[in-house]
Design a binder for this molecule. Sequence first.
Ligand code: HEM
Length: 271
Amino acid sequence: MEEPNKTQAATAAKALRASGTAWFLTAMLGQWLFVLYIAGFYGGAAAQGDFARWNDVLVGGYVAGGAIGNVALAAHLLLAAVITIGGPLQLLPWIRTRFLPLHRWNGRLYILTAIVISLTGIYMVWTRGTAGGAAMRVGISINGVLILIAAVSAWRLARARRIAAHRRWALRSFILVSGVWFFRVGMMCWILLNQGPVGIGGKGFDGPFVRFWAFGCYLVPLALLELYLRAQDSGSAPGRYAMATVLALLTLGTAIGIFGAAMGMWLPRLT
Ligand code: HEM
């Protein structure tokens, strides 16, 4: 007969897996809504040759005659759609077990995309600028550098067949690559919960919440991922239940943020 402690830990592991899956599926849906917006708004304008329309949203944006920056911007936007479709697919166990070659090729594409999107992003931040002040520029640049480190580490560990370590770094890459998405979803959740744009800073977009979230949008999810991995490894039932509860609340917060971002930022720009 199994020891009661072991049975409890196994039940807690199931609860943790269920809440992790609920969060992931919610996030995947929200990421694909983001892709719908990127393809519909930026792709739609590009298909009509109306690149200037991009600047309805962008701050640095498209500059007539500024070839290198425009190519970097166009590559960045195209790859934003590619990586946001491909990222969640990498994490679906169903694909890894049944279609390993797809996981390998999509993985290579993902790493390459992560590298180019980060480099073009850093270039754009420091040549054309972005919304907000110094915190936004420094915050997103550090995000870009961390994406490079995590994606290359995940790739090297996969090549060395160190699969447990590869999984950890792949999850870290996914969280870091999702930083810009977390920024939008987290901000909209905050605004909806506060019933107004508290701490956003008006047109300057440099209020206390924005300054905090410029770094928090990837550091907070990264810290939560580490707690999740520890809860999985620890074998402690209370630790697993605590993390499962946190994830259930995060799923709710993520769903609220996705709703806010879709209704307030993404879907209106598709009409
Ligand atoms: C890795 C995943 C990333 C995705 C999916 C992504 C996606 C996007 C999208 C969709 C836009 C258009 C803005 C909007 O419509 O909301 C954008 C713009 C931009 N991104 Fe990224 N991005 C990523 C990473 C980065 C990184 C790492 C940096 C910088 C280090 C960066 C810097 C920028 C800049 C400067 C703009 C133009 C902002 C403006 O002109 O207002 N991005 N990105």
